[in-house]
Design a protein. Structure first.
Length: 436
């Protein structure tokens, strides 16, 4: 009875490739198949889905995390922080690139929004890299690779969306991505240091003296780094220690960044208004996709889609690792055409129940899934990260250079993915340590 419902996925992808927004594509597919299967009662089911999404307390964290990132971006706090980081890395091989990656890591931990991290750090770092004669491919790989960290370093908005689908506490999943995220950031920085040591022409050394004493550097760094670090530590600390829900922690962070704008004398009503407009716009887009995904999943499962999918997998005689491989490959391919939140909803809604039936740990698989998604985000030819970069890069940076530049960083991501597959404890150790 449920086999026909598998056609929902080809119909959905067809609508996306025809140019329909993903949210409307999922809604249309759900509406068409739902009316065919359930008739008019479907409207009541959809109304219940709207109520469920609107009253989901966890999703309230999304606009608050977006607001944090928007205020940090517009208040000039990030620019001061970047200057402080570069003071300490300028003597290293590829020091400006190392500072950019450190900045991406910190900003990813402050906003959770992938595109915002890449755009902001790119606008800060690219002009300085070009001025100092950095290789264009190295610049592109650094900004794209660093910008992708927003998926895998907490707090991550895809995690906030994914956790309820996988029936996992948000805190567990945020703790689970901590080690892989920092490991990936460390591998990116290690690659920069090695390649720039072996081939200094890729990143000519900065021999200028900044004219600051050690004490002045420490004071400047403390003023630039300590307040944002306290806010990040407060948000993640209250989450991991169970003192606050994700929404409460995000609210504390949002209040904290507003205090930062006052501390740095950058506060204005215009700044808050512009950050709020950006927040509303991004939140509306994300929650529309979440609602559409909920409708799509509801029709799929109620029509027997779960049993039909499981039946196909059993018919092919696939074992657990084969099923995991199929899911990850499809996820990777979808990353070329569909945005991150949509992929989370489309793939995880179907995958988690199936994998539970195979005895797979949903926490471990969710972390593996996020790393795969991040790798897809960076991979040519349809890499969304490269599209973000093209929007802010000067004309002398060519598309071919961008494609070549991201390849080493994709290699680092694949190393982390391989380690997660071989050592599941990388994803589960931190949640067990914090929550027992």
């Amino acid at each position: 009875m449920g086999d026909y419902v598998l056609w929902m996925f080809p119909v959905l992808l067809g609508l996306v490739f025809l140019g329909f927004p993903v949210a409307f594509s999922m809604m249309l597919a759900a509406l068409g198949f739902g009316l065919y299967r359930f008739g008019d009662i479907l409207i009541l089911q959809f109304a219940q889905r709207v109520d469920e999404i609107a009253s989901n307390y966890v999703l309230g964290a999304i606009p608050l995390f977006i607001f944090m990132g928007a205020v940090l971006e517009r208040a000039g706090i990030a620019e001061r922080l970047f200057d402080a980081l570069y003071m300490w890395t300028r003597r290293l091989p590829g020091g400006l690139a190392v500072a950019a990656l450190l900045m991406c890591t910190i900003f990813a931990a402050a906003s959770g929004v992938v595109g915002a991290t890449e755009t902001l750090v790119g606008m800060l770092a690219i002009p300085g890299m070009l001025k100092r004669g950095y290789n264009n491919s190295l610049i592109a790989g650094t900004i794209c690779g660093g910008g992708s960290l927003g998926t895998i370093i907490p707090p991550s908005i895809p995690v906030v969306v994914l956790a309820p689908i996988a029936a996992l506490p948000v805190g567990d999943l945020l703790a689970g991505i901590m080690i892989p995220g920092l490991l990936m950031s460390g591998l990116f920085i290690t690659y920069i240091l090695i390649v720039c040591t072996l081939k200094p022409s890729l990143a000519p050394a900065d021999l200028e003296d900044d004219g600051m004493s050690f004490g002045e550097k420490v004071r400047y760094t403390a003023f630039a780094l300590v307040p944002p670090a306290i806010i990040i530590a407060t948000v993640l600390g209250t989450l991991f220690l169970g003192l606050a829900t994700p929404t409460e922690a995000a609210a504390c962070g949002s209040f904290g960044v507003v205090l930062l704008t006052i501390l740095y004398r950058r506060f204005s009503l215009r700044l808050i208004f512009e950050a709020s407009i950006q927040t509303v716009s991004l939140t509306a887009m994300i929650l529309a996709i979440v609602l559409a995904g909920s409708m799509f999943a509801g029709v799929f499962f109620a029509s027997g889609g779960m049993m039909a999918t499981k039946g196909i997998l059993d018919a092919f005689g696939l074992d657990t690792w084969s099923v995991i491989a199929v899911i990850l490959v499809v996820t990777f391919l979808l990353g070329f055409a569909v945005d991150l939140i949509s992929i989370v909803l489309i793939m995880m809604t179907v995958s988690i129940p199936i994998l539970r039936s195979y005895g797979v740990d949903p926490l471990w698989f969710s972390v593996v899934f996020l790393v795969t998604l991040q790798t897809s985000y960076l991979s040519p030819p349809m890499a969304p990260s490269i599209f973000y970069l093209r929007a802010i890069a000067p004309p002398e940076m060519k598309l071919k250079q961008m494609y070549w530049g991201v390849i080493p960083f994709i290699g680092c991501q694949l190393v982390v993915l391989a380690l997660l597959l071989m050592f599941p404890g990388l994803a589960t150790w931190m949640p067990k340590l914090i929550y027992g």
